[in-house]
Design a protein around this ligand. Structure first.
Ligand SMILES: Cc1ncc(C[n+]2csc(CCOP(=O)(O)OP(=O)(O)O)c2C)c(N)n1
Ligand code: SF4
Length: 278
């Protein structure tokens, strides 16, 4: 069934659970949650047709705050769960929520291969350039001179470039958003969910507690001055040379999504249990 066939008239509030978020006051993730529910309402999908999958981190708490189906799994493994789910239930809309630690550090390998597989799902990374939940360690996107008691003098390491890596690995849709612009972010999420294949949306979402400097991002972000392209060579040049605060859809590819044939199980559960009995 297509997204259009299943439309219901929904309001953003219809997609919120009754669990109150416990993020720090001012955390960018509140706005990301708002963008999720606005996007779901705009798509008009019934909540039970959407699954929000996550790993571990402040950002990964999002599934509990929606009333869609959810899976709050283990650190860095959200894409593995989501991939299995989507290939076995292609009728569901699968949205994966992650942080820069969860998604690029412990989950980095899964990120590469999810881009390469190009399964039809949307991967949202709330990037605050720090491990928020575990009290401020540097992540793969932290600047080399981020100087704290946990990383005296900074790590000195070159940051990971998620958008370029996603493009090189085969992601079919690439966008950058800012949490402080929830309407614009919701519109990008709608496009990402509708686009076939693996859509990657990096949302700059400040951690006001461990990166108070990131409140400055609201003055740095600006709309991408160019229309999205389907030419990876053009996209990579733009992404490599922009200032990191270009907001909008940067790449819309046309690769065919991966969807294996769903066959019948070759053995029933009782037979399998018997086979693997110790
Ligand atoms: C296997 C494993 N290793 C380490 C941890 C500890 N841990 C929990 S959350 C986290 C980092 C979260 O950072 P990020 O994904 O950037 O999310 P944020 O909290 O900033 O939103 C770590 C290292 C864990 N839960 N499981
Ligand atoms: S520690 Fe940072 S990322 Fe976590 S809830 Fe607080 S502000 Fe948000």
């Amino acid at each position: 069934m297509s997204i259009v066939d299943m439309r219901v008239a929904g309001k953003p509030g219809d997609y919120k659970s009754n669990i109150k978020p416990i993020w720090c006051p001012g955390c960018g993730d509140y706005h990301v949650l708002m963008s999720f529910t606005r996007a779901f309402a705009e798509l008009g999908l019934p909540p039970e047709q959407i699954v929000v999958v996550s790993g571990i981190g402040c950002s990964s708490r999002i599934p509990a705050y929606t009333n869609c189906y959810g899976f709050h799994g283990v650190h860095g493994r959200s894409l593995a769960v989501a991939s299995g789910l989507k290939v076995s239930r292609p009728d569901l809309t699968v949205v994966v929520a992650s942080g820069d630690g969860d998604g690029y550090s412990i989950g980095g390998n899964h990120f590469l291969h999810a881009c390469r597989r190009n399964i039809d799902m949307t991967y949202v990374v709330m990037d605050n350039r720090v491990y928020g939940m575990t009290k401020g360690q540097p992540s793969p996107t932290t600047e080399p001179d981020f100087d704290t008691a946990l990383s005296p003098g900074g790590t000195g390491l070159r940051p990971f470039h998620p958008l370029v890596i996603a493009l090189a690995s085969g992601a079919n849709f690439i966008a950058r958003c800012f949490s402080g612009e929830p309407n614009e972010t919701a519109s990008v999420l709608v496009e990402a969910i509708k686009h076939p294949g693996f859509s990657f949306v990096e949302i700059l979402s400040p951690c006001v507690t461990f990166r108070p400097d990131e409140t400055e991002w609201k003055n740095l972000v600006h709309p991408a001055p160019v229309a999205p392209t389907n030419d990876p060579a053009k996209a990579v040049r733009r992404i490599m040379t922009d200032d990191g605060f270009n907001i909008g859809i940067l790449y819309r590819g046309d690769r065919k999504p991966y969807q294996p044939e769903i066959g019948q199980p070759s053995a029933d559960l009782a037979e399998l249990e018997k086979e693997f009995e110790l």
